[in-house]
Design a protein around this ligand. Structure first.
Ligand code: ATP
Length: 197
């Protein structure tokens, strides 16, 4: 099965694009969703995180206190690295498990931080959803109501637009002036079907 890695910066339109592929019956594996499931209440990964970061990282009900964890790793790069060393191998393995259950000519693996987490070895081709920085900021602001400075710092923590574009096998232009996304997706769908045979 051909595996397409779908990536792009925050708010560039990955989910919007993934939904269009799903509408064409293409299976989509979602790395963010897998990561969330891995740290659900009672999961071994959550217990591991609690052992490493202390019981304070859990709410009274035993769920992950995401805000607390975010604050810790935002303030300390070493702790962030520690968290990633626990989570990333588990996410990688869970993606592989999910892939093994899919029967289709090709599938999409949505990995927002594909390059940052060095998961490119999971995919055969990289599809980047791209839009200008100003549009990115405007869309995230509208959707999440975050301060512009915070959005800028999230963008700065990710690989640059130029880095992504240079490594894309395929690119979806999600700028204001682009041709409709559905048209771009249909074209790529046909390409991926032809490559998978
Ligand atoms: P994240 O990285 O935060 O998960 P994402 O890359 O999945 O984001 P989407 O959630 O698909 O991005 O899109 C971000 C926001 O921008 C959404 O509110 C979406 O409806 C909107 N959006 C996407 N494409 C366009 C577009 N072409 N024009 C205007 N708004 C758009």
């Amino acid at each position: 099965m051909l595996k397409i890695g779908l990536t792009g910066g925050i708010g560039c339109g990955k989910t919007t694009v993934a939904n269009l592929f799903e509408a064409l019956s293409v299976p989509v594996v979602d790395a963010d969703q897998i990561a969330r499931e891995l740290v659900a209440k009672g999961q071994p990964a959550l217990n591991k995180i609690a052992r490493e970061f202390g019981p304070d990282i859990l709410t009274e009900e035993g769920s992950l206190n995401r805000q607390k964890l975010k604050n810790i790793i935002f303030a300390d790069a070493g702790r962030k690295q520690k968290l990633e060393s626990i989570l990333h191998p588990l996410v990688y393995q869970a993606i592989e498990n999910e892939l093994a259950r899919i029967d289709a000519p090709y599938c999409l693996i949505a990995i927002p931080l594909l390059f940052e987490t060095r998961m490119t070895s999971l995919v055969d081709r990289v599809l980047v959803v791209d839009c200008p920085l100003e549009a990115q900021i405007e869309r995230v602001q509208k959707r999440d109501h975050l301060p512009v400075e915070m959005i800028r710092s999230i963008i700065a923590s990710q690989v640059s637009r130029a880095f992504r574009r240079a490594r894309a096998d395929d690119l979806i232009d999600n700028s204001e002036t682009a041709i409709p996304l559905a048209e771009q997706v249909k074209k790529l769908h046909n390409l991926y079907l032809s490559l998978s045979t």
